[in-house]
Write a protein that binds this ligand. Structure first.
Ligand code: SAH
Ligand code: SF4
Length: 369
């Protein structure tokens, strides 16, 4: 077979959900079960070295090697927090851009991993370090999935058994995180197809086998894609970064609000097909003197009640050059108390890894040491 005729040439195999991988194999005249074998190597054994995929015929492996490299991310910087043992990792894409993932041991004893969906972010929120990064580009599904594979390998090497795999399987997936949150760099709903493909792979019982109920996608409010995500993955939880309770303030903080004002996004969420399994949360970064009044707390509570949403209030994480500050502790506490008295289910959350560059996008902007 000439190189031109090789159907695997430059294929991004790591990004393909199982049905798409099967279709590619069938188009290449390979039996369907070979694609199932490869999917298992990639998304259960988390193998990235063709030479070790010993049950694939040598001729097929030679053809597959014409596909894009499987080493889609390279770790360049790792920091572990002395405060809460969270681990922040900078990974470089093969074209040299840095993204971040954070592995966070939670008070519950479970591990939550925070994932990036893009290099940088074009949504331009004024308080967010990621918005200031000069490069903005989508990650592939494979690059999203690979962040999870990385966390599994790290956990497995440390002998951790975090989740366990269906069927009692031993291997790197036995060390997979308990929860995944798309709250790292980038706007996941601005990279919808890669997000859906990555969720397909992560939730595939023959792949990572995550329950969608343990996955949360956070959006600033890309309304046009909310229903599309919910149609593809109805049980994946949604977080909306509300962050302000009036359009006036939100317009200034988050440019997305100028196209999709608060009421419009509330309506989009209300119109989603009923689903008792999907949880909706509001993320609310508390900014001193900007969105931290008692009136804000009451308006927030009223919206949370309307949508039956839980609120996570997160005091702003300062980053060098930011124009915002976190409110005083008593103001934060008063805000939470007022919202709670007004009927909100609300949790005050401190970002993990305060000592290692906690703000999203902060560490990727630093030079590797
Ligand atoms: N783009 C998506 C997901 C990534 S941002 C979104 O905006 O929802 C994840 C969360 O981090 C958002 O809720 C955002 O408001 C919050 N955030 C960003 N920078 C922050 C900072 N410096 N301090 C506290 N929260 C921050
Ligand atoms: Fe993008 Fe989210 Fe940061 Fe806004 S808060 S700039 S949407 S990553």
């Amino acid at each position: 077979m000439t190189e031109q005729a090789n159907p695997f040439l430059n294929a991004d195999l790591l990004s393909l959900p199982r049905p798409a991988l099967k279709a590619l194999f069938q188009a290449a005249g390979e039996p369907g079960f070979r694609s199932e074998q490869l999917f298992r190597w990639l998304h259960v054994r988390l193998e990235r070295d063709w030479a070790r995929m010993t049950d694939l015929p040598a001729g097929l492996r030679t053809k597959l090697q014409a596909a894009r490299t499987l080493a889609v991310l390279t770790p360049t910087l790792e920091r572990v927090s002395a405060l809460d043992a969270s681990q922040k990792i900078v990974l470089n894409t093969d074209d040299g851009h840095a993204i971040e993932t954070v592995i966070m041991p939670m008070e519950s004893g479970h591990v939550t991993q925070c994932l990036s969906s893009q290099v940088g972010c074009k949504m331009g929120c004024d308080f967010c370090a990621t918005a200031r990064l000069p490069v903005r580009q989508n990650l592939s599904a494979g690059q999203i999935v690979e962040q999870v594979a990385y966390a599994c390998r790290v956990g497995f090497a440390l002998g951790l058994r975090r989740g366990g795999v269906a069927g009692g399987e031993e291997g790197p997936l036995s060390a997979r995180p308990h929860n995944l949150v798309f709250m790292g760099m980038g706007e996941p709903l601005d990279n919808l197809q890669a997000l859906i493909d990555a969720l397909d792979i992560l939730c595939d019982p023959k792949g990572f086998d995550f329950s969608p109920r343990r996955i949360t996608v956070s959006t600033s409010g890309v309304a046009k894609n909310v229903a599309k995500l919910a149609a593809a993955h109805p049980n994946v939880n949604l977080a909306w970064s509300l962050t302000a309770t009036t359009d006036d303030v939100r317009d200034r903080l988050m440019p997305v609000n100028r196209g999709v004002p608060i009421r419009k996004m509330v309506d989009v969420l209300l119109e989603l097909p009923q689903n008792a399994h999907r949880k909706i949360t509001f993320e609310y970064a508390l900014l001193k003197g900007v969105n931290d009044t008692e009136d804000d707390a009451r308006r927030l509570a009223s919206m949370a009640r309307e949508l039956n949403a839980h609120v996570n209030a997160i005091p702003f994480n300062a980053w060098p050059g930011a124009d915002y500050q976190r409110p005083e502790r008593v103001v934060i506490q008063r805000f939470v108390d007022v919202a709670r008295r007004a009927g909100a289910s609300i949790t005050l959350r401190e970002s993990k890894g305060q000592d290692i560059g906690a703000a999203c996008g902060q560490l990727a902007g630093e030079k590797p040491v």
